[in-house]
Write a protein that binds this ligand. Structure first.
Ligand code: PLP
Length: 347
């Protein structure tokens, strides 16, 4: 047997197979693929992916990341975008991406079905991002640990500074997490910038960990790993629904909220499919999947029933959150670097 000849033939065959697999990947792409970056809870991301694939036959490749991480990735890939659609996560990095022109203008035929706040997000971003859900920020506590640590019943942002809560508060890092950036922007809007940063520095003394993802503190509270946690109220409700000994608090001083958003990536290789997903994701039926996946935000399509478990926005003292200002590229960068310099690196 001529080993050299066989090797040459095998190499040729491998080359042909590689070429064929490239061709078939290309063909699959042309027929129906969609690359999605997803900013909500993994369970909801998967439910959306499966339902869209079933309905359209389009194959979805989904990656879940926190809001700030998706933004960083979309920006890094802007010259040769890998993703087609960015679905979910807080609106601020979507707004920043819109301003920086790394997402695409699009007007869906479904716009007329949406709540005013969702349309306003689209108008403020010059048609580059749209509201898909809304939810208020708050905090929660593990009732068993609260009793053993004798912290009483915290009701206000100020209560999280109690010395009894030293190393007992968990919150995410605002660089990666949209939830934690919403906290930063909320505190600055409620207290003013100087007093707000004083508050965040004092809070730092009680923080046991800055997590990457915004919902992680809610899970840690449920598992008894931290007494208190700051998160979106709907993420804490998920733990309560799962019967964890956790109480949800709408802070007495008032609180901020998010407009979870969706954007088409500029230069998307599967642009038509990105638009198909966008239109579908705004329908009442697609938005019902949130509650089915135990995510209890307020949906943006007026006909989607608000899940009974969703914290009632009308019962919460919501601030008049300035989404345009706190989603602007300059303000977001400035606040994040100030937080890094003045809060995160404190002992
Ligand atoms: N989970 C849910 C259900 C959300 O609505 C959001 C924000 O939109 C997040 C998580 C935020 O994730 P992160 O703070 O990790 O960016």
């Amino acid at each position: 047997m001529n080993v050299k000849k066989n090797l040459a033939a095998a190499t040729m065959l491998a080359g042909t197979m590689t070429a064929l697999s490239f061709m078939s990947a290309g063909a699959a792409q042309a027929q129906g693929a969609l690359v999605m970056y997803c900013g909500v809870q993994e369970e909801w991301c998967r439910a959306m992916t499966t339902a869209f694939e079933r309905e359209t036959g389009i194959k979805v490749s989904m990656t879940r990341k926190s809001a700030g991480e998706v933004y960083a990735q979309v920006k890094a890939e802007a010259a040769n975008p890998r993703a087609d659609i960015w679905w979910g996560g807080t609106g601020d990095p979507h707004m920043q991406a819109a301003e920086e022109g790394i997402t695409e203008e699009y007007k869906s035929p479904k716009m007329g079905e949406l709540q005013d706040w969702a349309v306003r997000q689209w108008e403020q971003s010059k048609s580059r991002t749209v509201g898909i859900y809304s939810g208020a920020l708050g905090f929660g506590y593990n009732t068993e640990l609260a009793q053993s640590n004798k912290i009483g019943e915290p009701k206000c942002w100020a209560d999280l500074l109690k010395p009894e809560l030293k190393d007992e508060v968990q919150v995410a890092d605002p660089n990666s997490s949209g939830t934690a950036y919403t906290l930063l922007a909320t505190i600055v809007q409620i207290m003013g910038e100087d007093k707000g940063f004083e508050y965040l520095k004092a809070l730092h003394k009680n923080v046991n960990q800055y997590t990457k993802s915004g919902a992680a503190p809610a899970k840690a509270m449920a598992l008894g790993e931290t007494t208190a946690g700051i998160a979106f109220m709907h993420d804490i409700v998920t733990m309560v629904v799962d019967k964890a000994p956790v109480k949800v608090v709408a802070p007495c001083e008032g609180t901020g909220y998010e407009i979870g958003s969706m954007s088409v990536i500029k230069g998307a290789k599967n642009l038509d499919n990105a638009k198909k997903f966008y239109d579908w994701a705004l329908t009442a039926d697609a938005q019902k999947l949130g509650a089915e996946a135990k995510s209890y935000q307020v949906p943006s399509n007026k006909s989607t029933p608000i899940p009974p478990q969703a914290p009632k926005l009308s019962d919460i003292k919501l601030i008049n959150f300035d989404f345009a200002k706190y989603g602007s590229s300059a303000e977001r960068k400035r606040l994040l670097s100030k937080w890094d310099n003045e809060v995160k690196n404190l002992p």
